[in-house]
Write a protein that binds this ligand. Sequence first.
Ligand code: LRH
Length: 481
Amino acid sequence: TTGGSVAAVDLGATSGRVMLGRVDPGRGTLQLEQVARFPNGAVRLASGLHWDLTGLYAAALRGLADAVRAEPGIASIGIDAWAVDYAMLRGDRLLGEPFHYRDERNDAGVAAVHTRVPFADLYRRNGLQFLPFNTLYQLAAEHGSGCLDLADSLLLVPDALAFLLTGARIAERTNASTTGLLRVDDGQWDVELMTELGYPASLFPGLVDPGTVIGSLRDSVRSEIGADRAIDVVAVGSHDTASAVVAVPMRDPATAAYISCGTWGLVGLELRHPVTSDAARDANFTNEGGVDGRVRFLHNVMGLWLLSESVRQWERESGQSIDLPTLLADAAEVGEPVALFDANDPGFLAPGDLPARIAEWYRARELAVPTTRAAFTRAIIESLAEAFATTVLTAGDLAGRSLETIHIVGGGALNALLCQRTADRAQIPVLAGPVEATAIGNVLVQARAQGWFGRDASLEALRSLVSAAYAPHRYEPRLEA
Ligand code: LRH
């Protein structure tokens, strides 16, 4: 046989899933089957906004049991999740549930870090865009809680789950690059920076690259999921965006931009070398670590959070559930022009009544506030499309590339209005799909680690399998923008 099956655990901010991936590069086939899906979200505890990591672990275990039942021969398991958030441990024990990056505690952390190390210096060292929740700011907010003194290790969310499954402590490199504590030039921990900021370097485990075996399932985990033999957990691009970029079916990364669109819209390019120019810093572009040492040169745009958090508020107000396809169809029918708002306004980050904050944004600028939910939704989509388009064009300028296509992957690829309006506003064709890019990227990196592609297969070889299995939907730009 030239292929086999692996399981992907893919955790997003609103839901998690366990997928079975069947890959046979010899035959040119790639199949994905969802075996479990479970909700995820913030929990407001007395100490602030947290994730229910224990609940996620339990749900992942149930999903893995389903995966093993459906396909007893899975060769390995890979885990990816959102970036920056972490669990602290003492010995094998979790020191509470991880903070959610949308918790309000970060402002003080930002100020504390920037008085010690000005942002321009940080950018030169770590190449990261400013996001108030980058791990290094969260850790500054942790000072005074006493937890940093108690902990003896710190694991990012996917690494924490891998630890619970295997007992092994590692730091997968793509996700470690989002902490702000990794050097952009050589991809190693910046121990000097940790020391300057007062974070014990001993908290951070050794770095591993995607494709490395993390460890084998603990015996008790094996019996819980009904596995009758050893199964390895393999590091993938454990930062969900790194896995998604693996599965962007770019023919030529030199002329393609991508938007990984879920809760966030991650808008940028794949580069061989980081760009840390003053212009890139001023445009707040990040150089995150990709699979195979490639650089994810991108900017965070607020993403579908604007829509989902607005819908949540409308549902809370009315006590009725809203059908998203109907809402989007109504939004597409809105005839009168809507005013755009700045989709990147930091005031939209925290959970709560988002439509009120958007309305406030308009009022402060004496712009007309949309009067119906359909018009509001249309304003959100148009504003997102505008932010996507300008960010793509900025990325091209900063990296000196002329772009011929924009790939949209993730849930946003299903949003036809968003895809079309992005094409219109950028005047560049949009290729939409695959929707499950993150899980596919997770599966493909495991498949390569198994040797099914040949161990040195390039990302281009993996991507050609993606385009064969998931032909993207093309949106031509229309002239009226
Ligand atoms: C998307 C994502 C993104 C990060 C954010 C915290 O899920 O990982 O790349 O910036 O979550």
